[in-house]
Design a protein around this ligand. Structure first.
Ligand SMILES: Nc1ncnc2c1ncn2[C@@H]1O[C@H](COP(=O)(O)OP(=O)(O)OP(=O)(O)O)[C@@H](O)[C@H]1O
Ligand SMILES: [Mg+2]
Length: 379
């Protein structure tokens, strides 16, 4: 279906030529899912742009052949390529929010794609756009049709981008880092959805990611890229279980799995010393049955539903969860930043004002750990 032979891509820059992709070859069969894995800058995205012929100005395919269902994509005219893009091969870009028009309703954006490729008329475009939203399991699709991207969560934006990519029933979908910036549960939901839709429609797909574990779980075959070259390729399970190239071995070793602490995966020169530390017996923060509700249009919204915990002197507590799991409300409750939350008991071991002075709070958006809370012992 897709055959890539000796593909090279070069960019002309002020500092000279950058050889971003250097002679890569692979084939993709109908219905097959292939993962392209590699570190940042290894040439994964540039490979996909070259296949779609959407390289930045200054970039060109300097060598090789790309054949798509018998058509030479290097030699195809621009109008022929416009037919291939979206209709036969579609692409999900690295950042879903950047891929969407921020000032156009998401439903209208899907209609634009459907009408541009002759898949809908003015009269049935709205119904088909809502169908496309339902296909990617957006709840209240008819309502969400009128939403702007900024009104949706990152996971929802990614579903909209998938809906756009699938709108014209392409034969191949290329997903470039489809889950970057999503929390772990949304990542899984988005990947499961993509797998389901791809299988349902009998499509092929290329998943580009730096996460070898994710690629191994969702792809039949993997290609590992480094410095613009494919250093190793093969069936996912075999490659993961028995990596041959030293770089693949390093990638496999760096994939977190049970029994391996992340610290052990770091190169020795950047590991911080594992300092001994003792957890004291004095409880700094003790919370029992903490509840926080917001007034909502259709009744109170329960942001925190009766949680209990204790933080002892010298202890660090990590709270992990998806973005709607109530983490920021909890943090604000602990710090006493709100009007008093309802709790059976919320004792700080000291006065609240003094506790606020001595508690510090670090927030991080995106990534797997949403935030971290750490107490400093009071003097
Ligand atoms: N427009 C450009 N001009 C010059 N060099 C470029 C351009 N686009 C990409 N490159 C270079 O091509 C190489 C490969 O970039 P690419 O975006 O494919 O990396 P990647 O593997 O997708 O990385 P990431 O995981 O960070 O997305 C890099 O060295 C990059 O600097
Ligand atoms: Mg990239």
């Amino acid at each position: 279906m897709l055959s890539v032979k000796g593909l090279s891509v070069a960019f002309q820059t002020r500092k000279g030529q950058v050889d971003a992709v250097r002679g890569i070859s692979f084939d993709l069969a109908p219905g097959e899912t292939m993962g392209i894995v590699g570190e940042s800058g290894s040439g994964k995205s540039v490979t996909s742009y070259a296949l779609m012929r959407i390289l930045d100005a200054g970039g060109r395919i300097s060598a090789g052949e790309v054949t798509w269902t018998g058509t030479d994509l290097r030699a195809a005219s621009e109008p022929a390529m416009r037919q291939v893009r979206g209709r036969e091969i579609s692409m999900i870009f690295q950042n879903p929010r950047a891929a969407l028009n921020p000032i156009r309703k998401v439903g209208h954006q899907i209609e634009d794609v459907l009408r541009q490729h002759g898949r809908a008329t003015r009269s049935d475009a709205q119904a088909k756009a809502i169908e496309a939203l339902e296909a990617v399991k957006i709840r209240n699709a008819a309502e969400r049709y009128h939403a702007y991207p900024f009104e949706l969560s990152g996971g929802m934006c990614q579903r909209i981008v998938i809906a756009l990519a699938l709108a014209c029933d392409p034969k191949l979908m290329i997903a470039d880092e489809p889950t970057t910036g999503l929390d772990i549960t949304t990542q899984k939901a988005v990947m499961d959805l993509m797998r389901e839709l791809i299988h349902e429609r009998g499509m092929s797909s290329i998943v580009i990611t730096h996460d070898l574990g994710l690629a191994a779980e969702y792809c039949d075959r993997l290609a590992v890229m480094k410095d613009g070259q494919i250093v190793e390729a093969g069936p996912s399970a075999a490659l993961f279980a028995n990596p041959q190239h030293p770089y693949t071995r390093k990638l496999v070793d760096a994939t977190p799995r049970p029994g391996v602490a992340i610290r052990d995966l770091l190169p020795p020169e950047i590991r911080t010393p594992d300092l001994p530390h003792e957890v004291g017996s004095r409880a700094l923060l003790e919370v029992v049955d903490l509840v926080k509700t917001y007034p909502g249009k259709s009744g109170p919204v329960h942001a925190v539903k009766g949680i209990s915990f204790t933080i002892r002197e010298g202890q660090s507590v990590g709270l992990v969860g998806n973005p709607v799991a109530g983490n920021p409300p909890r943090r604000r409750c602990w710090c006493g930043c709100w009007t008093r939350p309802r709790a059976r008991s919320c004792s700080m071991g000291t006065r609240l004002a003094a506790f606020r002075r001595n508690a510090s709070c670090v927030t991080r958006a995106g990534g797997r750990c949403r935030w971290c809370f750490r107490t400093r012992p009071t003097a």
